[in-house]
Design a protein around this ligand. Structure first.
Ligand SMILES: [Cu+2]
Length: 465
């Protein structure tokens, strides 16, 4: 096996060392090196090596793009290319992304920075990059045909602009729009305030919401799907493949989320209330904030919320659309609750000896069962907590708040140890009395026959009202 230079860089972790890691040879080149990432492991935040200090962000299952300084410009290099992304252990997707992964690496810089971003196109078709939310000259806005010619395969384009304000932004193509975003092309762009004390937090997490339609056993997303996606992802990962948000008790925490799917997502976090402090339009003035426990993210929008992590625990964080907390097998499954399938099962087993009837009492058994699946797909729901299966997939993760973690320690601390007497428990006393013959549980009286019958309305609309 031969390793390319890019493989070696990814494997050695060289890419994580920031500007100082860019070799002398690269300095001499006109175009900065384009580091690449070979897997979906979360990399530690990239501390600033020059300029104002800031608390760097952590990209769930992702990484931050190193840069170099050249003549006062902060230079980055993005490569648009086909990538293989593991969406959770047991399933990979053949997507399009940047620098080896989808989403692409997070770009971080400081308000007032002059940034020069090289974009090389290694896709089989043209592309561009739009810098969502940035205030910049129109010709840097990245709308193919409108503000620039498309970047053809093999070409490299250069974007140059001054970062006018701090905040929460993203990047994505404005070329073959539907296909390129359905294939995973997107990334985060965070601009820190020039004043290190402004909007300071101790931990700052970022992730993008994305949706894929990858049929069980397939590798490439259906790009023409409008709404009926079957994999609802954060940073192109699905539960149980999504990193936990590891937090030290007492830390001030910010979570930044961007939505590049085709529907809204009510993101709900347990255990806390919090306030939206930033959108892709800028920082929200303190007097304009209000408490929330769920934030609805419209399509093409970003929200950042903050809280102080006072309460230790393993707190669920998830999209509140329940279909979005299921993986691929949840698609097109009928609801059989209350259906007696015993006769049917007997008949089916004559044809298919392994046939299992499921769902007559709900579908929780899917979470416990290890069923043979087609290659390269995921169970509808999987992942285990300390008390059993967590019956969700998709857009779900856990905020793990722990006492006494080291600053910037993001390693998974394992399951939360609940203090004695603080876990819901089974009642072991006398069973509840049988339903009394009075009140709401009394047998219902037969419905009296009033002589009224439903009739098919005749004549024009509205007649039957
Ligand atoms: Cu959702």
């Amino acid at each position: 096996m031969t390793l390319s230079r890019r493989d070696v860089m990814a494997a050695s972790g060289l890419v994580l060392l920031g500007a100082s890691a860019v070799s002398g040879r690269a300095q001499a080149q006109a175009i900065p090196e384009a580091p690449t990432m070979g897997d979906a492991k979360m990399r530690p935040p990239l501390r600033p090596t020059s300029g104002p200090d800031y608390q760097p962000v952590v990209t769930l299952n992702g990484w931050t793009l190193p840069w170099r300084m050249k003549d006062g410009w902060k230079e980055f290099h993005l490569v648009a290319e086909p990538v293989v992304r593991e969406m959770a252990p047991g399933m990979v997707a053949h997507l399009w992304g940047y620098n080896g992964q989808s989403p692409g690496p997070t770009i971080e810089a400081v308000e007032g920075d002059k940034v020069r971003i090289f974009v090389t196109n290694r896709l089989p078709e043209h592309t561009t990059i739009h810098w969502h939310g940035q205030l910049l000259p129109c010709g840097m806005d990245g709308v193919g045909g409108l503000t620039q010619p498309h970047i053809r395969p093999g070409q490299t384009f250069v974007y140059e602009f001054v970062l006018q304000k701090s905040g929460t932004f993203m990047y994505h193509p404005h070329a073959d729009e539907m296909v390129q975003m359905a294939m995973g092309m997107m990334g985060f762009f965070v601009v820190h305030p020039r004043d290190p004390k402004l909007h300071r937090v101790d931990r700052d997490f970022v992730f993008l919401l994305n949706a894929y339609d990858i049929r069980p056993g397939a590798y490439v997303p259906q790009a023409n799907t409008m709404l009926d996606f079957n994999l609802w992802a954060w940073n192109s990962r699905v539960f149980p493949g999504i990193d936990p948000l590891v937090v030290r008790q007492g830390d001030r925490v910010r979570v930044r989320v961007g939505n590049l799917t085709m529907t809204n997502h009510p993101i709900h976090m347990h255990g806390y209330d919090f306030e939206v402090t930033c959108t892709d339009g800028g920082w929200v003035r303190p007097e304009a904030r209000w408490p929330e426990v769920t934030i609805d993210l419209p399509v093409g929008a970003m929200r950042a919320y903050e809280f102080v992590a006072d309460y230790p625990g393993d707190w669920a964080i998830h999209c509140h659309k329940s279909h979005h907390t299921m993986n691929a097998m949840g698609h097109d499954v009928k609801n059989y609750i209350g259906v007696d399938k015993r006769e049917f099962t007997k008949k089916m087993r004559r044809l298919v000896p392994d046939y299992m009837a499921m769902g007559s009492a709900g579908m929780a058994d899917m979470g416990e069962m290890e069923m043979p699946l087609p290659d390269n797909t995921l169970p509808m729901m999987s992942g285990f907590g300390q008390f059993g299966p967590v019956e969700m997939g998709g857009m779900f993760s856990v905020v793990k708040v722990r006492e006494g973690l080291a600053a910037n320690d993001y390693a998974d601390p394992g399951h939360y140890k609940h203090p004695p007497g603080t876990v819901a428990y089974e009642w072991k006393g006398a069973p509840p009395p049988a339903p009394a013959a009075t009140g709401s549980s009394a047998p219902r009286a037969p419905v009296p026959n009033t002589g009224l019958r439903a009739v098919k309305p005749s004549g024009g609309h509205g007649q039957h009202r």
